[in-house]
Design a protein. Structure first.
Length: 432
């Protein structure tokens, strides 16, 4: 009888260890036991930035594998079904994907805020795994000390260059750690006309990017007054003007047009930009002999690249399934998914060196490229964005165009830009 009781006790201990101890998930949601029973839950995600294939790869399938009772539904924003329209129709998603620069403002304006403090504690999420700059960027975007969203990827910045153009003119290639002025000197050497083809030396892209390295805000978040007529903005605009005053490099091209000059036309020697591996169609031009180095820095901000521009997931306060929604966030930011995301050419927001070293591992077209250049700079400090920043960006870019095209001095275009921006802000506020 004693032996039988002992055997029963041992079996009970084994059962407890196997099914509640050893089976415990040691990831970000470690409190979920394998023996717990869950009712099926559907988590809707207001999706953007991810293709349907990427959504399935990074969200739907990993969640299904880890938490079989959770079904993730991809809710695309299409005509007639924007986020505000979904809210009006009573279909507010449980989660929204947005970004910290501009995109967060809509989340706040629509009163969707759901603080994650309790969830982070409840599920024992280790925030030390994240880049500290990435978490600070969330707080800066909301002017709050807590987190109302977690990032899962961010843009990187780099100086892309065409090796063949440099070799054609016998000019040394760019290297990591260069300043803007050093890049400018290289640009002068490779801006030439050959066989009636104009080769441009450098496209620095939109003005706000070099400015963001110095953490220059556009609008005061409290007074809603323009902040672009300052000595630091003057420094940035004067340098941008200097680049476009190189004979043959006067053209101003942004985003897609600049990408085409570099990848398709192959007449642009250097392009300072963010992740253009796919958005810039680099993968479509295997014959392009390109490489990258670290993003050029200002002397007073050595080693600083652009402020963080990241994609993130936030729970909406009306969600009836906040726990399941948080488990979705935990899955997307898990080591496993972040490793896969990195291997596919998206920059992880985790600090793990193994995940960083895996960047682009699945992409043949970037094999042999200077991938470590991405990690030789750190993001500049974020600042509080405003709903008028987009208007300010357009205004400052117009000011540069005015200086380049019409020959106006920088002091004049900045003063006029400040007046125009303040007027536009007043109009927008009056139209509410």
């Amino acid at each position: 009888m004693m032996i039988k009781k002992l055997m029963i006790t041992l079996l009970m201990i084994v059962y407890v260890v196997v099914f509640t101890g050893c089976g415990e998930d040691k990831g970000t949601a470690g409190k979920e036991s394998l023996t717990e029973k869950h009712d099926p839950v559907t988590v809707t995600v207001g999706a953007q930035f991810l293709t349907e294939e990427e959504f399935s790869r990074y969200i739907t399938e990993p969640v299904k594998k880890k938490y079989p009772w959770i079904t993730v539904k991809d809710v695309r924003y299409v005509s007639g079904r924007s986020l505000p329209e979904l809210i009006t129709s009573g279909e507010t998603p449980d989660l929204v994907i947005h970004h910290n620069i501009g995109g967060m403002q809509q989340y706040l304006d629509l009163d969707l805020t759901y603080p994650l403090t309790d969830m982070i504690k409840k599920y024992n999420m280790d925030l030390s795994r994240f880049e500290p700059e990435a978490l600070e960027a969330v707080k800066a975007a909301t002017s709050r000390d807590d987190l109302v969203g977690l990032p899962y990827t961010r843009h990187f910045s780099a100086l892309y260059y065409n090796k063949d153009i440099f070799d054609k003119f016998g000019v040394e290639h760019p290297k990591d750690g260069m300043t803007w002025d050093e890049v400018y000197q290289l640009a002068r050497k490779v801006t030439r006309v050959v066989d009636n083809v104009q080769f441009r030396g450098l496209e620095p892209n939109v003005t706000e990017r070099p400015a963001s390295q110095l953490s220059l805000p556009y609008v005061d978040p409290k007074t809603h007054k323009a902040l672009i007529n300052t000595e630091q903005w003057k420094k940035v605009l004067e340098f941008m003007l200097k680049i476009h005053q190189i004979p043959g490099n006067e053209q101003i091209t942004y985003h897609g047009a600049a990408n085409d000059l570099f990848a398709k036309n192959q007449t642009l020697a250097m392009l300072a930009s963010n992740n253009i591996l796919f958005e810039g169609n680099l993968y479509k031009f295997p014959e392009l002999n390109w490489n990258m180095v670290s993003y050029p820095a200002w002397p007073e901000a050595p080693g600083k690249s652009l402020r963080i521009d990241q994609h993130m997931l936030s729970i909406t306060k009306s969600s009836k399934n906040p726990d399941a929604a948080f488990l979705v966030i935990a899955t997307v930011t898990s080591d496993e998914v972040q490793m896969d995301l990195s291997a596919q050419g998206r920059l992880s927001i985790l600090k793990d060196k193994k995940i960083r070293d895996a960047f682009g591992a699945n992409l043949d077209f970037i094999k042999g490229k200077n991938i470590q250049a991405l990690y030789k700079t750190t993001p500049a400090k974020s600042f509080a964005p405003t709903k008028y920043d987009g208007t300010a960006m357009s205004t400052i870019n117009d000011a540069l165009k005015d200086a380049v095209t019409n020959g106006k001095d920088v002091n004049t275009v900045l003063r006029e830009a400040e007046e125009k921006l303040n007027q536009k802000i007043r109009q927008l506020e009056e139209s509410k």
